[in-house]
Design a protein around this ligand. Structure first.
Ligand code: ADP
Ligand code: ZN
Length: 731
């Protein structure tokens, strides 16, 4: 690697490993030496572990005991930009470096020599005896000229069993060769013809291109209603990045659902990008990790963890649906991928585009303060217009108990069915019913290990705890009073709503979309594509449907309970409800037909409901910003959550009280600590949870103070402490 320091054989180097140790350990550079940043294998006690050469050795350890690096792995060294990013991200999130390094090495066999696989191409001899199957194989291969395929591919294309192909190999008619598995990704061509952009879109694309050409860091908030062409615009920024010979990363919140997006990339650039997500196979992950490092993957489309890939020359990061809560990782390393994207770009001279129809208040405020640039796409593309939004005042609707579709909503759905259009009924609750209640004694079914109700999932025929995932068969007798057949579901979930819709509209085809109803991401993808093509008349869905799918036939969105998100004390309740309702409503009327969104609510005068209906977004943001400013909460103040947990509730509270008393380091920076208090979910998987909340003025060195505050505390037994900087959820 050019420019990186080099250590000669025998020199002391510090190696950061993925093992939970306080600091890089000293080793001797191996035969042939090694570069700063090299991925290496080192001995640690009796084991061999993965590490990265992080700098010169400290030399404070008995030199005679220092061991040598076993080998330098066959992978591009980690660039200084990524090392700096991991260090800064660790400081920001108060995460130990080994955990950060684990995030950056989440692919198996990183240092293994390139693994091989067999491929097959046309041979030069003709078999003496031809069969129909053999002819098909040879013709298939001939059709593709000199190209080679795997055994499975040849067999499938020719419609024969693999033994036919193997037979031809023996005869010399087909050639079997070894080929490396980690092959580069196909080149993307940024200069293929793009769509003709509207004037607004073209102007936005021009601004983004100019920013890229400057070669310096910058973040742009790309705000535009759903369907305004944000994706078209940022694909032009991707094109410019590729032209400049740099790499691009598109982060999507729900990576399983990108079929539509991937085909758009293919259409625009002539090939598919690398896809990085939890569903990718280990082989695929390894290939992506290596190719990204070698610059042979130009575009990665990925979930939040793709931010930690070893890009060689990352020029652009798109964060699509930047307000989405799934960007916050809520276990392990607690980080927000949106914020970390900005950090990584700042360190690497890259550009960030945050795209959303309903930005987070954080990003809105950053744009307002001039820290981010802002681009607005105000009109929907082509004929499509934003749906008309109206409230259905539930106080004036007649509804039997156990029913949730009001007469007004019912007739609106009926009208769509008659016109051959689609309707979407939205309820943000998985399962059949949120509560199972004993009609004899009032007992509510709860989870044994968590302070949470068990949710009936009729589809699975079980009760499920949404905290720990525990399930039990639906009981027939009440576990509390023993009454027989008196347990009843209370309240609606997506499955129950489906039941009601099927009963109300017996001739309609009803499809339910909920993340837990599909065995695999692929099955879900197929279902969504089917629905988009018109395979259903009524779609019943949870939050899953709010995310970026195109349903061209959809002209009505009915929100069953618009008030749901307004309950609770979450600081972002209003913001979340506003975003979700606007997103869901945005599903309607994407094509030529105008859409309508109906919100069932018991409080049509609630300021948030009025802001949603009124469509005056800026007014909503300004009002919300004003309230947060007055309260000194994010983004106008800083917050951190401290979660303590353990099996002994007394010990957990003792630690919490001790922390609260020793708050000197916090007071020094003008911060306050609240609590300890039982966390909103006070028990998960049998562990008691207690929360402390730290509030600090904006600009205060919060992480540093927290680190000094908690450092003296030793965690005894199974006590755990985790720090959540900028907490998003308060469970
Ligand atoms: P957003 O990302 O803002 O929701 P999209 O980029 O997905 O919007 O655009 C919405 C739809 O309109 C897509 O089907 C897209 O292909 C189409 N579209 C947007 N702009 C254009 C354009 N300039 N020419 C042709 N089709 C367009
Ligand atoms: Zn549970």
């Amino acid at each position: 690697m050019q420019g990186e320091a080099f250590f000669d054989e025998g020199q002391l180097v510090g190696v950061l490993t993925t093992q939970p140790l306080g600091r890089p350990l000293d080793y001797r550079a191996p035969e042939g030496g090694c570069h700063l940043g090299a991925f290496v294998e080192v001995p640690l006690g009796p084991r061999k572990v993965l590490g990265v050469v992080w700098g010169a050795g400290q030399g404070d350890y008995d030199r005679s005991k220092i061991r040598a690096i076993i080998r330098v792995l066959d992978a591009a060294p980690m660039r200084s930009e990524l090392r700096a990013f991991l260090e800064r991200a660790a400081e920001y999130t108060l995460t130990p470096m080994p955990a950060m390094l684990r995030l950056a090495t989440r692919a198996p066999g990183l240092g293994d020599p390139p693994s091989m696989r067999k491929i097959y191409r046309l041979g030069d001899r003709a078999p003496d005896r031809m069969t129909e199957a053999r002819t098909r194989v040879l013709e298939t291969l001939r059709d593709y000229g000199g190209l080679a395929f795997t055994l499975g591919e040849v067999a499938e294309m020719a419609g024969v069993t693999s033994s036919v192909v193997k037979g031809l190999v023996k005869l010399g008619a087909v050639r079997e060769e070894d080929s490396p598995r980690d092959v580069p990704f196909p080149r993307l061509d940024p200069d293929r013809p793009s769509k003709d952009l509207t004037q607004d879109q073209a102007e936005a694309a021009r601004v983004l291109r100019n920013g890229l050409r400057s070669g310096t860091y910058g973040t742009t908030l790309l705000k535009g209603v759903t369907g305004s062409g944000k994706t078209e615009v940022y694909l032009e920024a991707v094109a410019e990045t590729l032209r400049m010979g740099r790499q691009a990363l598109v982060l999507l919140p729900e990576i399983a659902l990108t079929a539509e997006f991937l085909s758009r990339v293919q259409e625009r650039f002539g090939a598919r990008p690398a896809e990085w997500h939890s569903g990718a196979t280990m082989t695929e992950r390894r290939r992506i990790w290596r190719m990204v490092g070698q610059g042979e993957a130009q575009l990665v489309v990925g979930a939040r963890s793709s931010l930690f890939l070893p890009f060689q020359n990352l020029g652009l990061i798109i964060v699509d649906e930047e307000h989405d809560t799934s960007y916050k990782q809520e276990d392990g390393v607690l980080y927000n991928a949106r914020d970390m994207a900005v950090l990584r770009a700042a360190l690497g001279g890259a550009r960030v585009v945050l795209a959303s129809a309903t930005p987070s208040l954080e990003s809105w405020a950053n744009a307002q303060a001039g820290k981010y640039d802002k681009l607005d796409l105000t009109a929907r593309f082509g004929e499509a217009v934003l749906p008309e939004m109206r409230a259905i005042d539930m106080r004036a609707q007649k509804l039997d108990s156990g029913h949730w579709i009001s007469p007004a909503l019912r007739s609106a759905v009926q009208a769509r069915l008659e016109r051959g259009e689609q309707a979407l009924l939205f309820i943000n609750r998985r399962g059949y019913a949120p509560v199972t209640l004993c009609r004899a004694c009032g007992h509510q079914m709860g989870c044994d290990a968590c302070d949470a109700r068990m949710v009936e999932h009729r589809f699975l025929k079980r009760l499920m705890c949404h905290q720990c995932g525990e399930t039990i068969p639906v009981p027939t007798t009440c576990p509390s009073c023993g009454a027989e057949d008196r347990l009843a579901p209370v309240g609606p979930g997506v499955e129950r709503l489906t039941e009601e819709a099927v009963a109300l509209f017996p001739d309609a085809r009803v499809a339910t979309l909920s993340s837990d109803m599909f065995g695999s991401a692929r099955a879900l993808k197929a279902e969504i594509e089917g629905i988009a093509a018109g395979a259903a008349d009524i779609i019943i869905g949870t939050q899953l449907v709010a995310k970026g799918h195109n349903f061209p036939l959809l002209t009505l969105v009915g929100v069953i309970d618009a008030d749901l998100g307004l309950q609770g004390s979450d600081l972002r309740a209003a913001e979340r409800t506003f975003q979700l309702m606007r997103q869901v409503a945005g599903r309607a009327g994407r094509a030529e037909k105008p859409g309508e969104a109906l919100l069932q609510t018991y409080q049509p005068e609630h300021p948030v409901i009025r802001a949603i209906l009124g469509g005056d977004e800026e007014a909503f943001w300004r009002a919300e910003a004003g309230e947060r400013q007055a309260a000194g909460v994010p983004p106008y103040g800083r917050m951190a959550g401290i979660i303590l947990s353990g099996s002994d509730v007394g010990a957990v509270f003792d630690l919490g009280n001790a922390l609260a008393r020793a708050d000197g380091a916090l007071r020094q920076i003008g911060a306050q600590v609240f609590g300890p208090a039982p966390a909103p979910i006070a028990r998960i998987r049998g562990r008691h949870r207690v929360r402390l909340l730290v509030k600090a003025p904006k600009g205060a060195p919060l992480q540093d103070a927290i680190a000094r505050w908690i450092a003296p505390f030793r965690l005894k037994g199974d006590l755990r402490l985790s720090v959540d900087i900028d907490p998003q959820s308060f469970y």
